[in-house]
Design a binder for this molecule. Sequence first.
Ligand SMILES: Nc1ncnc2c1ncn2[C@@H]1O[C@H](COP(=O)(O)OP(=O)(O)OP(=O)(O)O)[C@@H](O)[C@H]1O
Ligand SMILES: [Mg+2]
Length: 233
Amino acid sequence: MKLELRGVSKLFDGGPTPVHALRDIDLTVDQGEYVVITGPSGSGKSTLLSIIGCLEKPSAGTYKVGDVDVGALSDIQRSRMRAQTFGFVFQAFHLLPDKTALDNVMLPMTYGTSPKHTRRQRAFLLLERVGLGQRARFRPTQLSGGEQQRVAIARALANDPAVILADEPTGQLDSVHREMILTLLERLWTEGRTLIVVSHDPDIVRRAPRHVVLHDGRIKADTRIRDAASSEV
Ligand SMILES: Nc1ncnc2c1ncn2[C@@H]1O[C@H](COP(=O)(O)OP(=O)(O)OP(=O)(O)O)[C@@H](O)[C@H]1O
Ligand SMILES: [Mg+2]
């Protein structure tokens, strides 16, 4: 799925003063790319991910996912596009505290039409995939930070998305868990998914083949480094 932003701006005018979070962004990401996004706090990184992931609409400009102009979609169509195409991994995991790991992973699947036992089985397989088959019945408070992040990754894979979006996915983790999460994300990329990560983690910045730098809502640099990703992934 090719992602194409043309002249995209985002103005937040609900706060005390209007904020131009993004200004005139031109960005094309081909299916299967691995892009890391950096930039100072407030430069628009999370806003850009929200627009790419169809959580927010641009205030101006066009955003196309494949052949579809996201701006022309109704809210329901946009939600469907989001659920089918994108998997989100957030810094703070965003797991529901009173639900088990299994239920958390099943949650996004309600958009699908498969019966509950099929969804349950798939959620269990995804938890096994991230090494947490033994923790399926645990609640987030009963899991370590690295385990919670792996549940969040399993949940992001619930609908087998073409694109994984991750916002500081290793921000709250120690180095051992960081490496585990990074390896897991990169494996999803080598399987053919697009991986877009907001991160200042030097390992991610070093390993990603493409590096986009934001400053004041604008793209300040967009660099491709051939063969940057580690070959042992
Ligand atoms: N819902 C909102 N309403 C008003 N302003 C907002 C809203 N969301 C973000 N902003 C503003 O938009 C700008 C960009 O925010 P964004 O969250 O994209 O930054 P960021 O690069 O992700 O920063 P950080 O590294 O701190 O996470 C900020 O100045 C922020 O205050
Ligand atoms: Mg942010």
